[in-house]
Design a protein. Structure first.
Length: 87
């Protein structure tokens, strides 16, 4: 997991997070594409595409979002502590 002791992410952590976001761009694009095309696709074809998209969401996007939530939560907690107990 990303740095827990500091409210700041290291340069390496920021670069890793940015790389993860770039790597997930295709999944995010697929969501929009699917939303635009689903009504015009035959049911079987749409079903197959939705199943593939569901796999990408579960295997790639959701784990990443969970890690993002952890980073955000830790960052917010550390910032709140610093507001009440400045160094």
């Amino acid at each position: 997991m990303f740095g827990m002791a500091s409210p700041r992410l290291s340069k390496e952590e920021l670069l890793a997070l940015e790389a993860e976001h770039r790597a997930l761009a295709d999944v995010v694009d697929d969501i929009g594409t699917m939303a635009d095309r689903i009504a015009r696709s035959p049911w079987e074809r749409a079903k197959d595409k939705l199943e593939r998209l569901d796999c990408c969401l579960r295997d790639r996007l959701l784990p990443h979002e969970r890690r993002d939530e952890q980073v955000t939560r830790v960052f917010a907690e550390n910032m709140q502590r610093r507001m009440f107990w400045p160094e």
